[in-house]
Ligand binder design. Structure first.
Ligand code: ZN
Length: 481
């Protein structure tokens, strides 16, 4: 094209055009490598995305199942309800917080089986997990005991079979450690079978049927005073969710730049795949006996050594009675589960014959009752009795003092009243007063005596004068004769 143009144009036009073409070529050559480079940059993420899609196993799929939801057939809410708290709501808030936290880790996709208050069957939950190709299903719950305020602590339920047991147990080991560190009592990692010899909990049973490992986490007992401080509000349920997310991250060796944590080398328990069924413990503790090591007659304190063993599931709780087994104190934590013997002190009330008996509970809440130890009665005064006596004495003293004060006040009142009367007499003398004056009586008496004397004297004079007149008459008669 450039050659034919040279033939057609004059020399000057040809030179100008030649220069322009040369300039165009130089600019084009300079721009070409830059354009090619940007095209290469843009294409970089595309093959990477394709690689992720081609390798789905690289991306972990976790399904969280907030237990319960909706209303039961009897019209009551599904799941536990206690003291204004609804388990299904607590489970959902926990699950949402767990999802949010877990999504901060790399290479993980999280789903919830329910995001609202809908009722779902256990099959539906597991089918959903299967539909998203879940690698693990975590079923999230809070617990309640039948009689309330009886059982306390956290526990994990795992499948009794194959790799579902091993994988479930290895995760639960991390989870229970975290819950214990939080301050909750561990009720252990357990399996449970139904009458047909398969996993008792439907969510675990159906998951195993669909080849999905599953762990059921009972975070704590919402109806026990020991556990209540751990689950009293939204902030605590969300904290449980973050704790669970960290356990999942540790188990799957995840890392998070957002959180600044890397669990790539986190040591997980190597649980061999069981050859048979991992059966739950169905028998009571093998040994349970007590010995009274101290009795304080003056204070009523009795120290007891309790020895118990369970070769299958270990010891979990104990309780005791001092009335021969009529009544027992609420269950207490065994404490150090590596110890077969524990010591505890009882405060026994006075004036009764103590009959000490204890019960030891294994990991499956089955108990064995100990021997009974009768002890002599203790006639000490209880702190209440001493306090009552003191109060009685103080009340009597106070009453006496009050009576004394009342008497003094009455006397004072009378004295004041007397003073008031005197002042009144001076102010208004009564008109009858002269009558009552003894001097007037005396004057009248004297007057009466004087009057009587005058009358007497007058009578005497009259008689004397009369007798004189008679004598004179007699003399005159004698003279006349
Ligand atoms: Zn529940």
């Amino acid at each position: 094209m450039t050659i034919s143009f040279r033939h057609l144009c004059s020399n000057q036009i040809f030179r100008i055009l030649q220069g322009a073409i040369l300039l165009f070529l130089v600019v084009a050559l300079c721009l070409l490598p830059a354009k090619t480079l940007s095209a290469q940059e843009e294409s970089v993420p595309q093959p990477a995305e394709d690689a992720v899609q081609e390798l789905p196993k690289e991306n972990l799929v976790i399904v969280l199942d907030p237990g319960h939801g909706g209303m039961a057939d009897d019209g009551r809410p599904e799941g536990g309800v206690y003291d204004g708290f609804m388990e299904k709501e607590m489970n959902l808030i926990l699950a949402e917080a767990m999802k949010e936290e877990l999504e901060k880790y790399e290479g993980v996709t999280v789903y919830l089986t329910r995001t609202g208050d809908q009722r779902l069957s256990l099959e539906e939950r597991v089918n959903f997990a299967k539909s998203v190709d879940a690698d693990f299903l975590f079923c999230l719950h809070f617990n309640l005991s039948k009689d309330h305020n009886t059982l306390f602590g956290a526990e994990c339920w795992v499948s009794a079979f194959d790799r579902y047991y091993s994988e479930g147990y290895a995760f639960a080991d991390i989870e229970m450690e975290a819950l214990e560190k939080l301050g909750l009592y561990s009720r252990g990692i357990k399996t449970r079978l139904n009458d047909e010899g398969v996993d008792y909990y439907g969510i675990i049973r159906h998951s195993v049927e669909q080849n999905i490992p599953c762990v059921l986490i009972e975070h704590c007992h919402m109806d026990h005073e020991n556990d209540r401080p751990f689950c009293e509000g939204r902030a605590q349920w969300e904290a449980f969710g973050r704790l669970d997310a960290a356990s999942v991250a540790k188990y799957f060796h995840l890392k998070s730049d957002v959180l600044g944590v890397d669990y790539s080398d986190y040591p997980t328990l190597d649980v061999p795949v069981p050859t048979g069924v991992v059966r739950p413990d169905t028998t009571e503790p093998d040994v349970c006996m007590i010995e009274v090591t101290r009795q304080e007659m003056e204070t009523g304190e009795i120290t007891v050594a309790l020895s118990a063993t369970d070769y299958d599931s270990g010891m979990l709780y104990y309780d005791y009675s001092y009335d021969g087994g009529e009544t027992f104190v609420p269950r207490l934590a065994w404490g150090d589960k590596t110890q077969d013997t524990i010591t505890f002190t009882i405060q026994v009330p006075p004036h009764i014959i103590p009959q000490i008996v204890a019960r030891a509970y294994n990991g499956y809440d089955l108990f064995t009752e100990s021997n009974l130890v009768p002890l002599p009665s203790m006639d000490y005064k209880t702190e209440e009795e001493i306090a009552a006596e003191l109060a009685e004495k103080e009340a009597a003293e106070a009453a006496a003092k009050a009576a004394e004060e009342a008497e003094a006040a009455e006397l004072e009142r009378k004295r004041e009243a007397a003073k008031g009367d005197t002042i009144e007499v001076r102010r208004t003398p009564e008109p009858e007063e002269p009558k009552n004056d003894p001097s007037v009586k005396y004057f009248l008496t004297v007057c009466l005596v004087c009057a009587l004397s005058v009358v007497g004297m007058a009578l005497a004079m009259a008689l004397i004068i009369k007798s004189r007149k008679r004598r004179r008459r007699r003399r005159r008669r004698r003279r006349k004769r």
